[in-house]
Design a protein around this ligand. Structure first.
Ligand SMILES: C[S@@+](CC[C@H](N)C(=O)[O-])C[C@H]1O[C@@H](n2cnc3c(N)ncnc32)[C@H](O)[C@@H]1O
Length: 273
């Protein structure tokens, strides 16, 4: 079927190869829904010769570009390198391999200390759109914690699961598409957590951040939710709208308390539901 072919071709690029099929398919389908002519073209075309057509090539490029925006651009090292770092226990190298965690390296000890001062030390953490953040566990200074990490890459989930096992942490990493919150409560089957992290997710380019933000914040099963945003662009320039006041307004509307922690490159909103 042409859809399987598209998925396979999109994922031929190494840096995109670990993203879950379901996530890629969602993006492909979204594009085809808004371009029914192209969909009909793909459906009517012989599969064997499809990759030779310009329309097909351009479509694959477009999907890859979108995926790079939400995922690829942050993942600096490839999977094998991270596996080696994991085996050698070089977790800082893994943190350095992802832009978001790399930038946070200097602030991690202070950051978690400040968060726990507000929330109290948690016994359970839900890390949403986690990237490599679970590898910062040692900076959290927690004795006994249950950890659930969620992102869209199967390979990253495997890596994080190995890490939990290696470190004897009661943790699990799962693949879940947070954008599905538009359709249903994806957290229905999860238990309640003390603290949830939603670091640097709501600004990822393809999502309508405010609406998704509201849906997520309302349904995340945690007493405390820590939402963060970058205050610098990927090119390290100061952002024009570094403050996300809409988060504060949203919390006011929902009757949630919110405290702000400002760090060098990142702003954190600590929300109490
Ligand atoms: C900027 S990175 C932040 C990673 C991590 N939260 C941190 O701050 O260190 C954004 C992350 O969101 C993940 N992501 C993007 N779209 C997603 C979705 N629909 N569902 C779950 N995770 C997603 C990406 O794979 C990536 O790891």
């Amino acid at each position: 079927m042409y859809l399987d072919k598209i998925l396979k071709d999109v994922k031929k690029k190494k840096e995109l190869s670990t993203i879950s099929d379901e996530f890629v398919q969602g993006i492909v389908e979204k594009h085809l829904r808004s371009n029914t002519k192209l969909k009909a073209f793909f459906e009517g075309h012989e599969l064997k010769t499809l990759s030779r057509s310009t329309k097909y090539k351009e479509f694959i490029k477009k999907i890859r570009a979108e995926l790079r925006k939400v995922y690829g651009v942050y993942a600096k090292e490839n999977f094998e390198k991270r596996e080696n770092f994991l085996r050698e226990g070089r977790y800082v190298e893994i943190l350095k391999s992802h832009l978001s965690t790399k930038e946070r390296l200097d602030i991690y000890p202070q950051l978690y200390k400040k968060i726990w001062e507000i929330t109290g030390k948690p016994k359970s953490i839900l890390d949403l759109a986690c990237g490599m953040n679970p590898f910062s566990l040692r900076y959290m200074n927690l004795e006994d914690v249950t950890y659930l990490a969620i992102d869209i890459s199967k390979e990253d989930a495997k890596l994080i699961n190995k890490f939990f096992k290696q470190e004897g942490v009661k943790g699990k990493a799962k693949v879940m598409n947070l954008l599905k919150i538009k359709e249903k409560n994806i957290f229905e089957k999860l238990p309640q957590f003390d603290v949830a992290f939603l670091f640097k997710f709501l600004d990822t380019t393809i999502i309508k951040s405010r609406k998704i933000g509201e849906l997520l914040i309302k349904s995340i099963p945690a007493k405390w939710i820590v939402v963060s945003f970058s205050t610098k662009t990927i090119g390290q320039k100061e952002m024009k709208k570094a403050n996300r006041d809409w988060i504060k307004k949203l919390c006011e509307k929902l009757g949630y308390e919110v405290k702000v922690l400002n760090f060098k490159n990142e702003i954190f909103y600590v929300i109490r539901k």
